[in-house]
Ligand binder design. Structure first.
Ligand SMILES: C[S@@+](CC[C@H](N)C(=O)[O-])C[C@H]1O[C@@H](n2cnc3c(N)ncnc32)[C@H](O)[C@@H]1O
Length: 276
């Protein structure tokens, strides 16, 4: 089995080139340190005896690509993750969005959909669900399949329920799902306004205009120039006076676009101010 540090820098470059040339996935502007760690991890989990073997498998077995993308991209997520963020959305942002005739929200890099379901719950509780549309996108089709099913492991519900309460939720969280042995099925009504589709932040363009874009814990994996590309994409996709929400370790502060935005609060939420 490979030693953890055996994958060399130049080999990682070959791999990135192969994956792009053969399959069109561009990882060239992902943070190298984290990308390399994930490649090492994949080699260990899938028991490749050399880096060349991993590369050969990727080149010759198109089906393995799916597994590669799944393991290279980090899919960790949870419902009402960082509850104070959702409290802020609930208390400060939704009352303003409620003044629009239709509320379009884009959850970019939504992974298995927990953030999108959390938003559906917030909108229901604010009485705004009927006039909203939530677009959940990710580059990884496998996580979107899970998001579509609305089925999540039951052991996560305790944590989700605590997060929900800290976010200002007043109901019993279990009202939103039906338990079934070791999993739960979220209420189908939470999927009614949810549109899930693949979208790659590296290469795809804007596809609609939104009043709120949420993209959390995705940009941390990108180098600065790719982050800037994504900010431009979000700016093109955000209506004037709309909101952009990032993860706790992400910021718009160093972007050229910062001048068109103002901070809303302690949380990583910015409001677009510039009128074009
Ligand atoms: C750590 S998860 C974050 C999930 C959720 N936003 C949250 O904060 O809980 C990062 C997600 O970004 C997705 N991702 C990575 N690169 C992407 C890209 N280029 N375009 C779209 N999504 C991407 C991954 O597939 C993964 O599902």
């Amino acid at each position: 089995m490979l030693e953890p540090s055996i994958v060399k820098d130049e080999e990682v470059e070959y791999l990135i080139r192969d994956v792009y040339d053969l399959y069109g996935y561009d990882f060239s502007r992902y943070s190298r340190a984290s990308f390399k760690r994930r490649v090492n991890r994949l080699c260990l989990i899938d028991k490749f005896t050399s880096f060349a073997e991993l590369r050969y498998t990727i080149i010759t077995e198109p089906d393995y690509l799916k597994r590669f993308v799944e393991e290279i991209t980090v899919n960790v997520t949870e419902m009402f993750r960082d509850p104070l963020f959702f409290k802020e959305i609930r208390e400060q942002i939704l009352p303003h969005l409620g003044t629009f005739p239709l509320i379009r929200i884009w959850v970019a890099g939504c992974s298995t959909g927990e953030e999108a379901y959390s938003m559906a719950i917030l909108l229901k509780e604010a009485g705004l669900y009927d006039k909203c549309l939530i677009y959940g996108t990710d580059l990884n089709p496998s996580v979107l399949e899970q998001a579509r099913s609305g089925v999540f492991p039951i052991q996560q519900m305790k944590q989700y329920s605590e997060n929900y309460i800290l976010s200002g939720g007043k109901k019993d969280f279990s009202e939103y799902y039906t338990a079934n042995y070791d999993s739960v099925q979220f209420d189908k009504s939470l999927q009614k306004k949810l549109i899930l589709s693949t979208h790659n932040l590296v290469s795809d363009s804007s596809f609609n205009s939104f009043q709120l874009i949420i993209c959390r814990n995705v940009l941390i994996y990108f180098e600065k120039d790719l982050q800037e590309r994504v900010f431009k994409l979000f700016d093109d996709s955000l209506e004037n006076l709309g909101y952009l929400a990032l993860g706790s370790k992400e910021t718009l502060r160093f972007s050229n676009l910062k001048k068109s935005y103002e901070t809303v609060s302690e949380q990583k939420i910015w409001k677009k101010t510039e009128h074009q």
